[in-house]
Design a protein around this ligand. Sequence first.
Ligand code: ZN
Length: 167
Amino acid sequence: MAIRKIREYGDEVLEAVCRPVTKMTPHTRELIEDMFDTMYDANGVGLAAPQVGVLRRICVIDVTGEDPYVLINPRIVETSGEQTGNEGCLSVPNKTGVVTRPSYVKVIAQNIDMEEFELEGTELLARAICHETDHLDGIVYVTKVEGELHDVRALEMEEEEDQEEEE
Ligand code: ZN
């Protein structure tokens, strides 16, 4: 298990377009294992390779904590609907902002054996697929935020205060 350093917004590696993966190597397998370790360690639901400084088209997603996916060379081939809600990113710590995404996404990607598969997602999984594939094109969600970024801690404190008032 190896935790890699997560690059933060402002680092130019997050604005670069990533190159496709052409074949699986021990080096790339290790990268993918480390990406899962790094994502779980940071309590994230997704992580893209550029977030650990590697410009390859790979992302890992697990929105439930027990349904891990690695998407290699993912291509979104179908979207529908719309959802508007708060989004966050491990590269933008302690911040959240409102982003509108499709409510349904179909993606074609390759798995760790470089076999093509199709994944459909709704709700949080659809949002995560969009967010992570954006990273592979150098797009960080803050450029899509409607209104301002908010401090997560401030929001949590407000919620706690609201609860106290209710009691
Ligand atoms: Zn992100």
